[in-house]
Design a protein around this ligand. Sequence first.
Ligand SMILES: Cc1cc2nc3c(=O)[nH]c(=O)nc-3n(C[C@H](O)[C@H](O)[C@H](O)COP(=O)(O)OP(=O)(O)OC[C@H]3O[C@@H](n4cnc5c(N)ncnc54)[C@H](O)[C@@H]3O)c2cc1C
Length: 402
Amino acid sequence: METVVIVGGGASGIMAALTAAENKNRRVLLLERQQRIGRKLLASGNGRCNLTNTGASAEHYHGEDAAFAAAALAHFPPQDTLDFFHALGLLTVTEYGGRVYPLSNSANSVLDVLRFALDRAGVEQRTACPVRALRREGAAYTVATDAESIRADKLIVACGGAAGGKLGGVTDGYELLKPLGLKRTGLFPSLTPVLTETDYPRALKGVRAQGRVRLTGGGATLAESRGEIQFTETGVSGPAVFDVSRAASTGGAGLLLHLDLLPGEAEDCLALLRRRREDYPDLEAAELFTGMLHNRLGRMLVKYSGIRAAQPLGTLTDAQLADAARAAKDFALPVRGVAGLDSAQVTAGGIRTVQIDPETLECRSLPGLFVCGELLDIDGDCGGYNLQWAWSSGRLAGRLGR
Ligand SMILES: Cc1cc2nc3c(=O)[nH]c(=O)nc-3n(C[C@H](O)[C@H](O)[C@H](O)COP(=O)(O)OP(=O)(O)OC[C@H]3O[C@@H](n4cnc5c(N)ncnc54)[C@H](O)[C@@H]3O)c2cc1C
């Protein structure tokens, strides 16, 4: 009987194990370093697990060769992910932007149906079982754990990336593959908060807004997105900011983050402020944005545009209103960097994909050894794209070259 060993019980490793176990003439062994499988999955999407995105196609992915992702996504696209989970008994709901969540709103539901499926498929699971070394032995591999050496006819390495350290993000995968000759790119955080000058964000800590985010460097726009923005002690966070964080991570010095806090036309914003001046001439300027934005944010914009908070609205000049509108449309914060891998949702960079066959995910120089998931040099946008990559690549690796 052929033995298939999967190193790493995260999203991609679980999918690879379930796929490999479809052939009943195999012994499938899933080895997980932590006390339980799927730890990162449980924390994903703020505990809700944004398990895929209905629009997940290759252009939402990044890496030295981002097109590498296309084959796995074509073999197992988002609709297949939905069919797969529905067949396991999971109910899902599709929200704004194609983001799919379990109907229960709980990541536990996703892991639960996967655990049931692993048991039903007869996958042997060992938890608290870190793999220490991988060796090639003729046509097979030896997998060394603290307790034993396991002979694997086929080996799938699904150790994930270094992001999210508290949830078990480690560099084990890169280190295990290094002695076998597999090289990696540099690693850097993506989908992570952006660190900016802190005077304004610190005062706005906890405030959320819907807006547009644009990252510039040397006068050029490097990345743009739209969605929720959150102010923090050290800068800005939230899905819209995560989407530009990869560019902030690699963009060098002199970057600026421009926040449009009233997305829409600039003239509309000015017209709104003029109407406010006409309707409420006796109110203080501090109330200029009241009802449009979070009160603290509105007051901050008034201050940012150099207007005295106590000045009566009726006395504001057209030029002052234009300054306030500009502040709302282009609240610019100098970037100091990005939060590190521990705070990031995903690792940008990883095992160089040129060493891997995109149609099978088998290593070109190591027959029988497959790599999948975040460990590879592929990372996706915010919104369910990274888990879709884990499912698609895990599915393909689990086919073991068939
Ligand atoms: C806070 C947070 C929220 C996220 N939210 C979302 C979201 O909502 N939607 C989305 O699409 N993506 C999200 N992501 C990203 C997504 O979770 C990951 O991209 C995805 O889990 C990667 O799957 P993987 O199987 O490659 O790696 P992982 O899920 O990290 O699994 C790898 C597994 O391998 C194990 N392992 C490592 N080394 C060894 C070893 N030596 N021996 C044995 N086992 C080992 C690890 O313990 C881990 O369980 C989020 C990430 C974080 C950190």
